[in-house]
Design a protein around this ligand. Structure first.
Ligand SMILES: [Fe+2]
Ligand SMILES: [Fe+2]
Length: 461
């Protein structure tokens, strides 16, 4: 295995021209956080920009069988030690071409995401176990470091756990899964919100228009002073807050938390205490007074808008809730509704997104931007999932943008013998029978394994 380095700007140019790269070596920043996994096929420039933002100008590269740099036609690009490179036409990308290549990329990302998810699960299990054992003590620095690693991965890949859908989840582990899911969804929203909102603010500051900033800040300062974009370290604390938002639930008895039937008002009052009472006490016991953490734990069930009936505690007005607390609550609602519990089935994720949008849009200034970021980052049709079309055909989602799907059954759910061409649904009329049937739930390849043609079947590990 020959190790080399390649200038990141050169790789960005190659990818901008339609090329691809797989490094074959994990890329870390100075703090030891993984920025790029050695097996990922990079075909967008975002991960490379993130690496560059970390002060890395050239990345290590190994010439093993899976790694490589390829141009838009799949030709290998070979680098010399002095940084010059040439294209070798004969040597093609070792992976399969076209659709099969994309399917294998999706499967690879699923594999990496599964590993990351399992590490995150070990981390939250450890925290909650420690709290239970010691009556409240846990090692915050260890969780913070685990979440930083997770956030680095979630920043490179857009909501990668949506690839896993719910196929690996067992609902006995609800609290662990819920903590990771809220962190993953929340991180995607914060990242997207930060970009969208900062450019929005900047454009308004440039034109000196007045805005209602009450939703952002509780101060009377001018917008220029009142608002600032979340910085990298702030995002890491915010996301740690998402990860730990329900720690107070450890103090609520399992019989109440997982009660299959209807809970009594007294039991509901006990559950409510997980946020403003038990959660805060655990943070105080560990001398953690970082506002990103305390606000999220204390207020993640507070009313999101004036007049909202449910919500607790009530000691903070909705317009005084920081944006990240609102993001935590939306992620919490989304995950709770799309998860199967001992007392309910999972709701269809598309209906959930529509419901959330309908309930919260236009309630205040900032909610619109949070919801916009939410819909953008949620990945309604994750690549690698299975959808039904209105005519009864089933389709494999190749890209969530569009979405781009491959129909693989006929209208009677019999597997097609010929490979169909991918269909970009953004180009198909909204009332066409080839649009997705949103009344039917999205499935995973595992659930419909027997119906999949061989080129779409998940590989056995
Ligand atoms: Fe909660
Ligand atoms: Fe929660």
């Amino acid at each position: 295995m020959v190790k080399n380095t390649i200038a990141i700007d050169v790789l960005i140019k190659i990818i901008e021209d339609g090329g691809k790269v797989t490094t074959g070596i994990d890329v870390y920043n100075e703090q030891g956080i993984l920025l790029l996994d050695k097996n990922v096929v990079v075909n967008i420039i975002k991960p490379l920009e993130v690496i560059k933002e970390n002060g890395i100008v050239s990345i290590p590269f190994s010439s093993n069988t899976n790694s490589g740099v390829w141009d838009v036609n799949g030709n290998s690009i070979i680098f010399d030690k002095d940084g010059s490179f040439k294209t070798i036409e004969q040597k093609k990308h070792p992976a399969l071409s076209g659709i099969e290549k994309r399917v294998s990329e999706i499967q690879e990302l699923k594999k990496i995401s599964t590993e990351k998810y399992s590490n995150a699960k070990d981390s939250i299990k450890k925290v909650l176990g420690e709290i239970k054992e010691t009556g409240g003590d846990f090692d915050y620095n260890e969780v913070y470091s685990d979440v930083r690693d997770l956030v680095a991965f979630l920043t490179i890949e857009d909501n990668p756990f949506s690839y896993l859908t719910k196929e690996i989840f067992s609902y006995d582990d609800y609290l662990y899964n819920h903590s990771i899911n809220v962190c993953a969804i929340g991180t995607a929203i914060v990242n997207s919100f930060n970009t969208t909102f900062s450019s929005f603010i900047n454009s308004h500051l440039n034109t000196k228009q007045e805005l209602n900033y009450s939703a952002v800040s509780t101060t009377d300062k001018k917008p220029e002073e009142a608002y600032k974009c979340f910085q990298k370290d702030e995002i890491e604390h915010i996301c740690t807050g998402f990860f730990l938002h329900d720690i107070g639930k450890v103090m609520v008895k399992d019989e109440i938390l997982n009660k299959p039937g209807k809970i009594t008002p007294a039991e509901f009052d006990e559950i409510k205490r997980h946020s403003y009472d038990y959660g805060i006490k655990i943070l105080e016991k560990n001398k953690l007074n970082n506002p990103f953490l305390t606000n999220t734990v204390q207020y993640h069930h507070a009313p999101l808008f004036r007049g909202q009936e449910r919500g607790y505690p009530l000691d903070r007005a909705p317009n005084e809730l920081p944006a990240y607390v609102k993001i935590c609550q939306l992620s919490d609602i989304y995950d709770a509704m799309t998860s199967k519990r001992c007392y309910k089935e999972a709701f269809n994720q598309i209906n959930v997104v529509t419901d959330i949008f309908r309930n919260y849009a236009k309630k205040d200034n900032i909610m619109q931007y949070i919801l916009h970021s939410f819909v953008k980052s949620i990945g309604i049709y994750p690549a690698g999932s299975i959808v039904y079309l209105r005519n009864g055909q089933m389709g494999y989602v190749l890209e969530s943008a569009g979405p781009l799907i491959i129909p693989f059954t006929d209208t009677q759910e019999k597997t097609l013998s010929d490979n169909a061409n991918p269909l970009d649904l953004s180009e198909v009329g909204s009332d066409n029978v080839l649009q997705i049937d949103n009344r039917r739930s999205i499935k995973t390849p595992r659930e419909v394994y027997d119906l999949l043609p061989s080129y779409l079947k998940p590989k056995k590990n």
